[in-house]
Design a protein around this ligand. Structure first.
Ligand SMILES: NC(=O)c1ncn([C@@H]2O[C@H](COP(=O)(O)O)[C@@H](O)[C@H]2O)c1NC=O
Length: 523
């Protein structure tokens, strides 16, 4: 506390010389003009000098300062003691000033640098050579030097900071407070560390080295949140959520809303190319999913699965949302509605409720991620995302009875839903509609019985229904329970030591069964 107090007693910095070297020239002429008007000498690199000179400002070129021309297409411009000595010198250390003046150099108090656009170049799918050329070397070196010399230098790293800087400079009588410099130095180190991480990640992808030795996520803060899962938990969200979704109406998404939207987007992955499909989600779990000829019918069938749970839930549709479907959804309170697009009429209708959020999926491909992460004690778990459920290459019919086309379609539908249900997960479905969903029970038999009970509660006859199980049935009891409830076919990964007992049970009941060879646990 005492240390922090004394830190803020440090002197304001007066600025006599500024070095400006920016890739993004936005606002640089205005900043240069402002500095010039306040008697600051401007020093600059090639392209930046040109912009400043075009604005009628006197500029000292870095070349004339270093006595060397820029070399190798700009690979070496500012990497010189005239620049780094000036940025690292301490005017209160006699020896520093003596060595500087011996060489004819002088301190620089303001450094304005923004870096070559490495991540943007990678995002444009540029070739390897182009990406490598866009790794800035001189810029980060200067930023680190200036940010280290916090007592004597102020660093700016983005055009977004110029206007606040000018305000600070004016308010402080052409000086900069220590507190301000401290914040800018912190930004600078954060900026160069994010930059270097992006380069390291790019190179690790290039050499396909698998899981990184050090996990360095470096996600920018997207937004502070009102609270976390509960009101007494402070929270924030990090990442590029703003590139993926847009809230067209309603309050900011909460922590729990974001979890639900994430669950919805994961479900969307397996259904995005299907006929009109609607999923209703509650507390990240699907409570009704259906595919129909129209979105409205899909919503009605999804809602029919369980007509109690959807209140206050999330609705996801895989097609642009039309007014007719919006009207149907509006008959119950739905907190979030997610779609690729909303018709004008649907938007107008659904916006009438203030406490509802309408979320547009802006760029679904931006959800693609190499790894999925989960925090645990002491760190993070990291895995590849669970691949699509419709990879039928390893599907195998293991019973005497083979499925009809209709049964195959029903099983695939239930399989896509069960993948997004917490383990142990059991889903009964028929005609592209979920009929009973059993989730999160520690026993697979309990999940089966739960799904059967839910179906009965909402009046669904399970005769001929398909059953999907996210992992193998360890005993025949789950098969017996499903068959007794009326199931006509079962889809499950297989792989139990009692598989034969389970297959025999299916044969005894005269139903068909598929082993997918792939488990979809979700813990
Ligand atoms: N190599 C160097 O010595 C060097 N010094 C500064 N730069 C970068 O050159 C850019 C500005 O160049 P110009 O003013 O020529 O447009 C900035 O993004 C700056 O970070 C350099 N370029 C790359 O490393």
């Amino acid at each position: 506390m005492i240390q922090a107090f004394s830190a803020f007693q440090k002197k304001n910095l007066s600025v006599k010389r500024a070095l400006l070297s920016v890739f993004d020239k936005t606002g640089i002429a205005e900043l240069g003009t402002f500095l010039h008007e306040h008697g600051v000498e401007l020093i600059s690199t090639g392209g930046t000098s040109k912009v400043l000179e075009d604005a009628g400002l006197p500029v000292t070129s870095v070349d004339s300062l270093t006595g060397f021309p820029e070399m190798m297409d700009g690979r070496v411009k500012t990497l010189h003691p005239a620049v780094h000595g000036a940025l690292l010198s301490r005017p209160n250390v006699e020896a520093d000033m003596a060595s500087l003046s011996e060489l004819g150099y002088a301190p620089i108090e303001l450094l304005v640098v923004n870096l070559y656009p490495f991540s943007e170049t990678v995002a444009e799918s540029s070739g390897f050579e182009t990406c490598i050329e866009n790794i800035d070397i001189g810029g980060p070196a200067m930023l680190r030097a200036g940010a280290k010399n916090i007592d004597h230098v102020c660093v700016l790293t983005s055009s977004d900071q110029y206007s606040a800087f000018m305000q600070e400079f004016k308010e402080q009588d052409a000086t900069v407070r220590y507190k301000y410099r401290l914040r800018m130095a912190q930004h600078a180190f954060q900026h160069t560390s994010i930059y270097d991480t992006a380069v390291a990640m790019y190179l690790s992808k290039e050499i396909k080295s698998g899981f990184p030795d050090v996990l360095n996520l470096q996600l920018p803060k997207f937004a502070p949140l009102r609270y976390g899962e509960n009101p007494h938990q402070a929270a924030a969200v990090y990442g590029n959520q703003g590139d993926i979704i847009e809230v067209l109406h309603g309050k900011q998404l909460s922590y729990n809303n974001l979890l639900d939207v994430d669950a919805a987007l994961n479900l969307f992955r397996d259904f995005q190319h299907d006929e009109p499909t609607c999923a209703i989600i509650k507390h990240t779990l699907p409570c009704g999913v259906s595919t129909r000829a129209s979105l409205k019918e899909a919503w009605e069938a999804a809602f029919a699965t369980d007509t109690i749970s959807p209140f206050g839930g999330i609705v996801l549709v895989n097609q642009p949302l039309d007014a007719e479907t919006a009207q149907a959804i509006d008959t119950i309170f739905t907190e979030i509605i997610i779609a690729r697009a909303f018709s004008e009429a649907a938007l107008e209708l659904l916006s009438q409720k203030a406490n509802r959020r309408l979320v547009k999926i802006k760029n679904f491909s931006a959800t693609e991620s190499r790894y999925a992460y989960r925090s645990i004690f002491g760190g993070m778990l990291c895995q590849q995302p669970d691949a699509v459920a419709t990879d039928t290459r390893n599907f195998q019919v293991v019973t005497h009875k083979t499925p009809t086309d209709q049964q195959m379609a029903d099983m695939l539908f239930a399989w896509k839903v069960v993948k997004r249900v917490n383990s142990n997960a059991i889903v009964f479905g028929r005609d592209q509609q979920t009929l009973g969903i059993g989730s999160g029970q520690p026993s697979r038999l309990d999940s089966s019985e739960f799904a059967i009970a839910k179906a009965a509660k909402f009046g669904h006859d399970l005769k001929g229904a398909a059953v999907a199980s996210d992992a193998f049935f360890p005993f025949r009891d789950g098969i017996d329970a499903s068959a007794k409830a009326g199931a006509g076919c079962i889809i499950q990964p297989g792989g139990s030591i009692r598989d034969q007992e389970v297959i025999d049970a299916a044969n005894e009941h005269g139903i068909c069964m598929i082993f997918t060879g792939r488990r979809h646990f979700k813990h």
